[in-house]
Design a protein around this ligand. Structure first.
Ligand code: SF4
Length: 457
C-alpha cells in the first residue's frame, strides 16, 4: 500500500465518524441542493443544454492544438504574452521571473484551483513574496493554513462560528462578529493589498480561442480587482479550459453558475483579452497567460480518459457524491477532490500513488447523473481501476485472491464444496481487513445446484 493510500485511509476513517463535520457538510450541501433546481428552471431543456455543452467541449478538446495556437495568435496581437508551461516547475519559474523583474513584494491572487495545483503560494513565500488570497473563502483557508476543501466553496466545512473564532485568533477581532462584520474585516484588509500589489494572479474559467481572451467568473469582484489594480496580470490556466468561441459563453456561463452554486448567473463575469490598450483608462500594463499542461496531454493521449478534460469545475459531482459527503475534501490528499478528482488525479499525478482514489467509490453513478457536461465519471473511475490492474499495481494477496476466486467460480464442483456454515467461517476468517468496517458475509446454506434441482424436480 502506498504512503498516500495509507494517509487517505487514516484521514477518511476519522472524517467518516466525525458527526460535527457531517452536520456542517450536510447543512451547506443542503442549501446547494435547494438552490440548484431553481437555477435549472432557466433552461427550457437542461439535458439538451448539458448535451450541447459536452459537444462543444468535445470539439474544443479534439482540436485543442489548433484552438490553443489560434488563442495565442489573437491574444499576442493585442499585446499579451503567452507562456507554455509543461509542468508546475516551469509555471512557477516563469511567475518568479516576472515577479523578480517587477520587484514584486506583494501579489494578489483570486481563487484558482490551478494555482493550488502548482502550489503557487508556497513558492512565493519561499521567494519572499507575500501572496494574498482575495476570495473570501480562500482567504479564510489561507488564514487557517489549510488547502481549499471544495473546488467551488473552499471553506465549506467551516461554520460561521468557526470563521469568527479563526478571525479572533488570527486577526484579534471580536469572536461574536456576524458574517457581515467578518466580511467587512476581510474587505478592509484586502482593499489595501490590491493597491500595494505589483502583480495580480488569476485563473480562468474558460480560454476563448476566437477572440484570444480568457473568461473569469466570480461572486465577489475580487478577481476584477486582482487583475485591474496591479500593473502586471498573470493568468495561470490549464490548457483544457478551452472553448472555441465567445458565443459559447451564452451556454457555459449559466451552466457553470447553475451547477456550481444554483445561481442563474454568477455576479461578475469578465472577459479579458489583453493588457490595457492605448486610450483605455484601466487594466494592467502587461498581461501574461501561462498555459499549463502538467499531465493534461497525457490524459489527452488516452481516448477513454480524454473525456475528463471537458470538466468545467462546477463542483456538482462533489456535492452529489456520498463518499465526498462522508470523508470531505481534505481526505483525498489531492488538489482536486470528489469524483472528478478521483478520475483525474491518478492520471495527473501517477497511478501508483493515487489509484486508491478510483477505488474509493460506491459507483452509484450520481456524479455522472449531475455532471454539467455529462462526463461519464463512474465509468472513468472503472477505467482507472482497470488501468491500475493492467499496470500490475495490485498487491500479491489481491492478485492471488482473485485468481482463486476465478478458479472456484469457473468450477462447479469447487463451488459446491462445503456447507454454507463452512464457507461463512472460511471467508469471514480470511478477509479480516474487508470486515473491519463491514458485517459478516452470509453464504446460502444450499448451493445453487441444490436450489435449482429442488425448484425443477
Ligand atoms: S466533472 Fe462535471 S460535475 Fe464534476 S466538476 Fe467537472 S463539470 Fe462539474
Amino acid at each position: 500500500m502506498s504512503a498516500t493510500s495509507e494517509i487517505f485511509l487514516d484521514k477518511s476513517t476519522i472524517k467518516a465518524t466525525d458527526l460535527e463535520h457531517r452536520r456542517k457538510i450536510n447543512f451547506n450541501i443542503g442549501r446547494y441542493n435547494a438552490a440548484v433546481p431553481k437555477g435549472k428552471e432557466q433552461f427550457s431543456d437542461v439535458h439538451l443544454a448539458r448535451e450541447r455543452a459536452k459537444n462543444i467541449k468535445w470539439r474544443a478538446i479534439e482540436t485543442l492544438d489548433q484552438q490553443l495556437e489560434e488563442f495565442e495568435k489573437v491574444f499576442t496581437q493585442r499585446g499579451g504574452k503567452v507562456v507554455w508551461a509543461e509542468n508546475a516547475e516551469e509555471a512557477i519559474a516563469e511567475i518568479v521571473k516576472i515577479c523578480e523583474a517587477k520587484n514584486c513584494k506583494t501579489l494578489v491572487k483570486s481563487k484558482s484551483m490551478v494555482t493550488e495545483e502548482i502550489h503557487l503560494n508556497k513558492a512565493m513565500e519561499e521567494h519572499g513574496i507575500e501572496s494574498i488570497e482575495t476570495d473570501l473563502g480562500e482567504y479564510i483557508q489561507q488564514l487557517d493554513g489549510e488547502a481549499p476543501y471544495h473546488i467551488v466553496t473552499p471553506a465549506m466545512h467551516k461554520s460561521k462560528e468557526d470563521v469568527a473564532n479563526l478571525f479572533a485568533r488570527k486577526l484579534g477581532t471580536d469572536p461574536a462578529l456576524t458574517p457581515t462584520e467578518l466580511t467587512l474585516v476581510a474587505r478592509n484588509i484586502l482593499r489595501k493589498k490590491y493597491v500595494q500589489a505589483e502583480v495580480g494572479v488569476t485563473g480562468a474559467n474558460f480560454i476563448i480561442s476566437d477572440i484570444g481572451g480568457v473568461a473569469v467568473t466570480e461572486n465577489e469582484g475580487n478577481a476584477r480587482l486582482s487583475c485591474a489594480f496591479p500593473k502586471t496580470h498573470i493568468v495561470v490556466v490549464g490548457i483544457e479550459k478551452m472553448i472555441p468561441s465567445i458565443t459559447d459563453l451564452a451556454l457555459f456561463w449559466p451552466l457553470l453558475s447553475t451547477f456550481g452554486t444554483g445561481q442563474k448567473i454568477t455576479c461578475y463575469n469578465s472577459i479579458i483579452s489583453g493588457p490595457r490598450q492605448p486610450g483605455e483608462t484601466d487594466g494592467p500594463e502587461e498581461m501574461i497567460v501561462i498555459l499549463l499542461d502538467n499531465g493534461r496531454t497525457k490524459i489527452l493521449d488516452n481516448p477513454v480518459q480524454r473525456e475528463s478534460l471537458y470538466c468545467i469545475r462546477c463542483g456538482a459531482c462533489l456535492n452529489a457524491c456520498p463518499i465526498y459527503n462522508n470523508i470531505g475534501g481534505h481526505a483525498y490528499g489531492a488538489t482536486y477532490s470528489g469524483p472528478i478528482g478521483s478520475v483525474i488525479t491518478p492520471n495527473l499525478q501517477g497511478m501508483e500513488d493515487f489509484k486508491h482514489l478510483s477505488f474509493a467509490s460506491s459507483l452509484c453513478g450520481n456524479c455522472t447523473e449531475v455532471c454539467a457536461v455529462k462526463i461519464n465519471l463512474h465509468e472513468l473511475l472503472l477505467d482507472n481501476r482497470k488501468a491500475s490492474v493492467d499496470e500490475g499495481l495490485t498487491g500479491f494477496t489481491e492478485r492471488t485472491a482473485w485468481k482463486l476466486w476465478k478458479l472456484a467460480s469457473l468450477n462447479r464442483k469447487m463451488m459446491n464444496l462445503g456447507s454454507g456454515a463452512f464457507k461463512n467461517k472460511m471467508v469471514n476468517g480470511i478477509f479480516t481487513d474487508w470486515k473491519k468496517n463491514r458485517a459478516d458475509l452470509h453464504f446460502s446454506q444450499k448451493t445453487f445446484n441444490q436450489m435449482w434441482k429442488e425448484r425443477f424436480k
